[in-house]
Design a protein around this ligand. Structure first.
Ligand code: CUA
Length: 319
């Protein structure tokens, strides 16, 4: 899977909702430009006409003035603004959460400064948790519920839908659709503190069958370590303090402060899009998170080179 590029543009919609928003953007741009040109044109016309042919009869002058005030001053804006208003209402209706499925697939919670992603199943045992990455089947409308755990964040995947605030104490709904498989980048769109700019996420749209098998794998507990170094890494994870904040299902690690790491190696990025996932970045992140993301809740846990190696080896085996 390629690492997502920096490209995130509302002008490159990849699904129905973003398509409607892009269309509205273009219509507004064209209408606004035409009105602007018309107003400038009329102003120039008025300036030239005034010099060329003065109307000396006061009654005739009033008639001309009234015609302009009613026509250009009232009728024209009323028609144009009403048309744009109706168009906006139609677009808003098309974007309404009710136009998506009733049952949400995913619950996304904004946190300083990462995204907690929970796949909701029919039974409580089906719920699995991930972070900073939302996998969806392509070609379908997917309902999301959005929450915040601390401050106001804003959920925004420009290629798939508009922005929606995540407000503490409130649950909002949104649907997204990606027409074709691919990686779509997103970003928190509401200033939420020191690392707001490093609060990115990706939506990975998969073929429906690939999505189903991916989700089935996510529901499995973490793989048992198969070699000595990985076993050492797992034991360190559980005893050295990592488990206080992180969960790895299938191990005694049950912390809920930080991201669930049960299948961390299958994710594209680390630290909410700050780093590309891989041994080197993961090692650097564990060794000194405050250097890479100042203010993040992840503390620096002193580990020696040997232990760090074992930890990274274990975590990178969690596919
Ligand atoms: Cu979260 Cu900005």
């Amino acid at each position: 899977m390629p690492v997502p590029s920096l490209l995130q543009s509302v002008m490159r919609p990849a699904g129905a909702a973003a398509g409607d928003i892009a269309t509205m953007w273009w219509v507004m741009l064209v209408a606004g430009s035409l009105v602007g040109v018309a107003v400038i044109g009329v102003a120039i016309y008025a300036a030239l006409r005034r010099r060329r042919d003065r109307v000396d009869d006061p009654a005739e002058r009033d008639r001309v003035a009234t015609r302009w005030i009613v026509g250009a001053g009232a009728l024209f804006p009323a028609v144009v603004l009403t048309a744009l208003f109706v168009f906006t209402l139609v677009t808003l209706a098309a974007l309404h959460p009710d136009r998506g499925p009733r049952t949400p697939l995913v619950e996304v919670t904004g946190r300083q400064w990462w995204w907690q992603v929970r796949y909701l199943g029919e039974r409580s045992g089906d719920v699995v948790e991930s972070a900073n990455e939302i996998r969806i089947p392509a070609g379908q409308r997917i309902a999301l519920t959005l929450k915040s755990a601390d401050v106001i964040h804003s959920f925004w995947i420009p290629a798939l839908h508009g922005k929606l605030d995540m407000i503490p104490g409130r649950t909002t709904r949104l649907w997204i659709q990606a027409d074709t498989p691919g990686v779509y980048r997103g970003q928190c769109a509401e200033f939420c503190g020191l690392q707001h700019a490093n609060m990115r996420l990706v939506v990975v749209a998969l073929e429906p069958a690939a999505f189903a098998s991916w989700l089935a794998n996510e529901r499995q507990p973490a793989r048992e370590p198969t070699d000595h170094e990985a076993r050492e890494g797992r034991d360190l994870f559980v005893t050295a303090g990592c488990a206080v904040c992180h969960t790895i299902r299938g191990t005694p690690a049950r912390g809920t402060v930080g991201p669930d790491l049960t299948h961390v190696a299958s994710r594209l990025t680390l630290a909410a899009g700050t780093l590309t996932n891989g041994r080197g970045p993961l090692g650097g992140w564990i060794a000194n998170p405050q250097e890479l993301k100042p203010g993040a809740l992840m503390p620096r846990v002193p580990v020696g080179a040997h232990d760090l190696h074992a930890l990274v080896h274990y975590l990178e085996s969690l596919r």
